[in-house]
Design a protein around this ligand. Structure first.
Ligand code: SF4
Ligand code: SF4
Ligand code: SF4
Length: 161
């Protein structure tokens, strides 16, 4: 008789996927089943932000730089893993956590200067430095704000739509 309680030991270990993996993925849920880890996307990325992550599968690392949406990773991939360039690249959005200097009442606008989409806006309150607010509608998840933050307070992650 088969012991079904042991089956989980023999199935492929799922890779935790809260992190942003690659833009334009056709089927992010099945990515780790279909990607062959050939590394062509890593070589093609113009900002060199694609690294080998958990289990050797590629993912972007915004601590290195931003995604310029150049589509080179998709062009380089020999598998059918990517959508058309005209499609929305991903549902990735940035968030600013409580480590933010401005939230500690210390003047800082480094992220604001990097955001071409104008998704980060600063507004003054009484007796304190200007605070950032992040507009998810405008944020395209490019990650340009991440590496410049002196307290590593910005995280880009996939949002559920
Ligand atoms: S779209 Fe370009 S910059 Fe962005 S991850 Fe792909 S290759 Fe890198
Ligand atoms: S080029 Fe495609 S198959 Fe190769 S590692 Fe990148 S996503 Fe995976
Ligand atoms: S991820 Fe890009 S678009 Fe979003 S807030 Fe940061 S710099 Fe702006």
């Amino acid at each position: 008789m088969v012991d079904f309680s042991r089956r989980k030991f023999f199935t492929r270990k799922p890779i935790a996927d809260a992190a942003v993996r690659l833009p334009w993925l056709l089927n992010p849920e099945q990515f780790t089943d279909l990607c062959t880890q050939c590394g062509e996307c890593v070589k093609a990325c113009e900002t060199q932000i694609i690294v080998k992550g958990d289990g050797g599968f590629p993912r972007v690392d915004f601590a290195i730089d931003e995604c310029t949406f150049c589509y080179q990773c998709a062009e380089a991939c020999p598998e059918s893993l990517f959508k058309e360039e005209s499609d929305t690249p991903w549902q990735a959005k940035a968030d600013i956590n409580q480590q933010c200097l401005a939230k500690q009442n210390v003047e800082c606008r480094a992220c604001n200067d990097m955001c071409e989409s104008m998704a980060i806006q600063f507004s003054y309150g009484v007796g304190r430095v200007a605070l950032p607010t992040l507009d998810h509608e405008k944020c395209n998840g490019c990650g340009a704000c991440v590496a410049v933050c002196p307290t590593s307070s910005i995280n880009v992650s996939n949002v559920t739509v």
